[in-house]
Design a protein around this ligand. Structure first.
Ligand code: HAM
Length: 420
């Protein structure tokens, strides 16, 4: 016997109840972002592999282990997007968006793909909501961007949210600091985990993410990048903090915050939720002032974040799905062809008039049809039979004969307005 196929490991079907919850997350995010002048963008699900190798960084876990890379029929190397910031910078340059008033503010809601160890809150296909502002290095962009995600998470009721904030400085201060950190790691090499030791030269900052006990001890006395920033970076960071303070956004400065992507400069941040287990990161982001140049574009500062929809849903405990509206259920008193056609025509006219209408499609008895109308939350049920049309108000229980389809529609529309 052949086995029935299942969704691939680390992926899931978004069933209707979950789709309704996701629609709410989307509505809240869209409302907040569009009110702040962000406009939606969609990029392709796959890009040239090079886009992520250059932007996210060759030494990162994402590029080294997690990308779904394939060759297409024409021999090109393509990769399913593991994140969406790099594609957006690619699109900004490709479409000459530098000619638009700056900063260009874009938001997105799309799926991403990473070959990660699947567990609660960590999937191989997941959805990100994100916002990117390109073309301004004003610290107000950073503070506003962070405030927008803070507002969205608050409005969705995401529980136990904490915000960690740091600055990674410019590429130059990072390069100077890297030498200090590498020297510290070399001095304690024998106590480090194999993985951290092997990556001392490639990516020393990731040592802060290690959960290996001896490595953690070594890292407790490691120099912090935040203590080695240049004067301009310090001013920028102070200005971001001052604005967050003014907007009453609570945060903790955490010099050990490292993000898993290489393109960051200056501000980085992460929102976590105590309501989540090991995968506590709800959303994060930061500035990426050098990314456009890495793609051969003119220097273009950028700042943004992405938040995982699945993690938001896990942590937004009280989010409840809104039931779909049903104004009218068209029931059939008997199964005659004439009644079926009249019912179909009534439903078609009613929908054209803007009445949310459901048609009996399950061949149920009249009693069964009323049960089904109830399940749909129908406000009215029209019963079509050889005697004509009866309309039942499901709330009051009143039933009356009406002479035509248009009389039914007017009645339902009047009833709906009276309710609203
Ligand atoms: P990231 O931290 O890699 O950043 O991902 C952002 C969010 O996506 C995470 O906080 C998490 O909620 C969600 N996420 C990541 N991986 C998974 C997974 N395997 N399963 C479920 N959810 C996941 C970025 O992607 C950057 N592009 C953010 C950014 C935008 N930086 C600047 N602009």
């Amino acid at each position: 016997m052949s086995e029935r196929p299942k969704a691939p490991r680390g992926t899931f079907d978004v069933l209707p109840e979950q789709a309704a919850l996701r629609a709410q997350v989307e509505a809240v995010a869209r409302g907040t972002l569009e009110a702040a002048g962000y406009r939606r963008i969609e990029t392709p699900a796959f890009e040239q592999t090079d886009v992520f190798q250059r932007a996210v960084g060759e030494s990162t876990d994402i590029v080294q282990k997690e990308m779904y890379t394939f060759e297409d029929g024409g021999g090109r190397s393509l990769t399913l997007r593991p994140e969406i910031t790099a594609p957006i910078v690619r699109a900004y340059l490709e479409h000459g968006m530098h000619k638009l008033p700056q900063p260009v503010k874009l938001w997105y809601l799309s799926s991403c793909f990473r070959y990660e160890r699947a567990q609660a809150g960590r999937y191989r296909q997941f959805w990100q909501i994100g916002a990117e502002a390109l073309g301004s290095d004003d610290p107000a962009v950073d503070a506003e961007s962070i405030l927008l995600l803070h507002t969205i998470l608050g409005d969705l009721g995401v529980a136990g949210v904490r915000l960690r904030l740091a600055s990674l400085g410019s590429h130059e201060s990072r390069a100077r600091y890297r030498e200090l950190l590498t020297a510290h790691l070399r001095a304690h090499e024998d106590r480090l985990s194999d993985e951290v030791r092997e990556r001392i030269d490639l990516n020393p900052l990731r040592a802060f993410d290690s959960d290996h006990p001896a490595t953690r001890e070594v890292m407790a006395s490691a120099p912090l990048l935040i203590e080695h920033l240049g004067a301009e970076d310090l001013d920028h960071f102070a200005a971001v903090r001052e604005m967050l303070d003014a907007a009453q956004v609570p945060y903790e400065v955490d010099g050990t915050l490292v993000r898993g992507l290489d393109y960051y400069t200056r501000t980085v941040f992460e929102f976590t939720s105590d309501a989540l287990g090991a995968q506590s990161g709800v959303g994060g982001g930061g500035r990426y002032d050098g990314l456009a140049e890495q793609f051969g574009g003119a220097p273009t500062p950028g700042m943004g974040w992405a938040a995982g929809i699945e993690r938001i849903l896990l942590a937004a405990e009280h989010l409840a799905a809104r039931e779909p509206v049903c104004d009218l259920y068209v029931a059939l008193a008997d199964g005659t062809a004439a009644a079926r056609i009249a019912g179909f025509a009534l439903a078609a006219h009613a929908r054209r008039a803007g009445v949310a209408t459901q048609l009996e499609l399950g061949g149920r008895s009249l009693k069964g049809q009323f049960k089904q109308a109830d399940r749909c939350g129908a406000a009215f049920v029209a019963i079509l039979g050889s005697e004509g049309i009866e309309l039942k108000d499901m709330q009051s229980g009143e039933q009356q004969a009406l002479e035509s389809a248009s009389a039914v529609i007017s009645y339902v529309l009047r009833g709906r307005h009276a309710d609203a």
